[in-house]
Design a protein around this ligand. Sequence first.
Ligand code: MEV
Length: 427
Amino acid sequence: MKQVSGFSKLSKLEKIDWLKTQLPHAYTLNVLQDYWLADRATQKLIEEFSENTIGNFILPYGVAPNFLLDGEMFAVPFVIEESSVVAASAKSAKFWLSRGGFKTKKLTTLKNGQVHFFYHGDKSELEEQFLNNKESLFNSVAELSNNMEKRGGGIKSIELKDMTAELPNYFQLYATFETCDAMGANFINSILEELGNQISHWDHTEVNMCILSNFTPECKVEVEVSCPIDSLKGVAKNVEAKDFAYKFKQAVDIAQADIRRAVTHNKGIFNGIDAVILATGNDFRAIEACGHAYAARDGSYRGLTTCDISEGEFSFKIDIPLALGTVGGLTTLHPMAKVSLEMLGNPNAQTLMKIVAAAGLAQNFGALRSLVTTGIQQGHMKMHLLNILNQLNASKEEIKRAKEYFNERTVSFSGVRDFLAKTDTLH
Ligand code: MEV
């Protein structure tokens, strides 16, 4: 591939033509057109979300129904390519539906951001300057905060933080925000930049950057499922309820004890969380970054769920920061995000936080239920069977027969290939 300049200035077709001159199998790019939307206005809208856009990348959009959350029913949209995720979530949601459903235990919504700066003077003078100017700092951003305040939010606090134990001369203006139903990144960053602008005029002060923090442990939700241990009856074939509860808790505890298991455990949780976040037009990178940092908040990386068994009661809980929005940004612009939010009853940000946490908990419950009983591969490979069959160009009839054949057998790529070869020679 050659270096190119002015690529961003080329039209979409010119970009594709240039790429074609660089590829040995240029015709493969023809497929791009198959994924352009017939509705040109929507296609343009999608292209303008990003830069140098030449097409759309399709992912499956699925629904897991039967989520009972705080007494309300939801059908939850998932955008994910991994075959077993929606099925596992739907199965967990159905299981908990008859056992009281998902319940919110705690929810907080405060976000934060920092003006990072260096101060090359006497610390006590800085502290005095800060105290003397605190009110004028608030005044300087009053106009920016005004609209959000009308909605019940706004900038809530500004503190001076001494960070010199971490880095010489390093201080922060540490501000907190309530952003209501918006994710609020633009709101927070605009205010921080104005605060940075204000203090850049202070003596000995060198502002480095002004940016929100995606670490939001004060914007988090705890969602739980619980039932008497006996009510776990039927959770898996040939397993006693109390044995299941015991093994399940062990599995959750292992993710508290070992980083190697914890990362995989949390990956499973994010299978559910990211899928709903994508479907609703939220920023899954921010949520992932924060979730993993939160998982390591005591210095060791641990699972984001906990399980408790006491006095005959089984409870399973997720505790996770989720800085989400349901207005503004992609949530308002992306046609499919609008569909998702409509499907969820146009929730406010707090309700979306609960739904997303429930999806993560459901996903984790489904994964652990399989892991401590049948193992993960049985269900996973069953769901993957169709992918393998499609990869091997199986016909409709072959797919039907393969599904019957593998219903009670272990699925593997070579097993499916051999099955198709055998049925081929039989016909
Ligand atoms: C696979 O995508 C996710 C799991 O590995 C999660 C887990 O092990 O808990 C099944």
